[in-house]
Design a protein around this ligand. Structure first.
Ligand code: C5P
Length: 227
């Protein structure tokens, strides 16, 4: 089985407040971006990595790739103002393909067995995404007032990777662009085409490094894995 992976890495990381791209912050003395890239570098099913970057950060990232011997990056197109546009620029760089994965560069703890389950599911069914069951009681709130307690048993917290047959994602993205529709993930674009998207149960460890507490959590995960 083979796939290409898109890693949007062109965010500004405002919620981290680090004054630079959060992907350059280090966990166990290695940039978060490199932790994520190494997962795909090592995975034999992964044919190519497409990294959406900011123009101002391209050279710095190129140097990191050399330093850490990352060889599978096939293109580094310029990212857009929204994550969806960053993903789109990578789709254009790939051109055509079989299975494509989209994975937040800020999720360095993804495990290979989950990736493989997603690739197999997308191959068989068209679209599959990673997520975990909601753990807390969930309520819908408006203006600080509880409107409803939502049935938790059907709720999932969605992560990446999200895996698709290439042509399905391409079609859904083009259609969203024509309609001016902006989604918070790729699955939304495919869902609005009326296509089924399948859930693959992932791990609570697959966090997106977003705020400062996530760095502490991330160090703890790595300590437990590699000591
Ligand atoms: O900001 P957030 O953590 O939700 O971003 C998720 C991922 O998408 C990050 O890896 C970030 O670098 C990337 N991104 C992007 N282009 C944007 C916004 C975010 O590539 N315009």
């Amino acid at each position: 089985m083979v796939y290409d992976v898109i890693l949007p890495a062109a965010g500004s990381g405002k919620r981290m407040g680090a004054g630079k791209n959060k992907l350059f912050l280090e966990l166990k003395e290695k940039p978060i971006l490199i932790h994520t890239l190494e997962v795909f570098e090592k995975d034999e099913w992964c044919r190519g990595i497409y990294l959406a970057v900011k123009d101002s950060e391209r050279e710095f990232i190129q140097n990191l790739l050399k330093h850490y011997h990352i060889t599978k990056v096939k293109a580094m197109p310029t990212g857009g103002a929204e994550r969806q546009y960053s993903v789109q620029s990578c789709m254009k760089a790939i051109g055509n393909g079989d299975i494509v994965l989209v994975h937040d560069a800020a999720r360095p703890f993804i495990l290979e067995p989950t990736i493989h389950k997603l690739v197999e599911a997308a191959q068989q069914k068209g679209a599959a995404i990673a997520g975990v069951r909601a753990k807390d009681t969930m309520k819908r709130v408006e203006e600080g007032i509880i409107q409803e307690t939502v049935d938790r048993s059907t709720l999932w917290m969605i992560q990446t990777p999200q895996a698709f047959r290439f042509e399905l994602l391409q079609y859904a993205e083009n259609h969203a662009e024509q309609d001016g529709f902006l989604g918070t993930d790729e699955s939304m674009l495919v869902e609005r085409e009326g296509e089924f998207v399948y859930m693959v149960e992932s791990s609570y460890e697959n966090v997106k490094i977003t705020t400062k507490e996530d760095l502490v959590f991330g160090e703890a995960i790595l300590n437990q894995r590699i000591g």
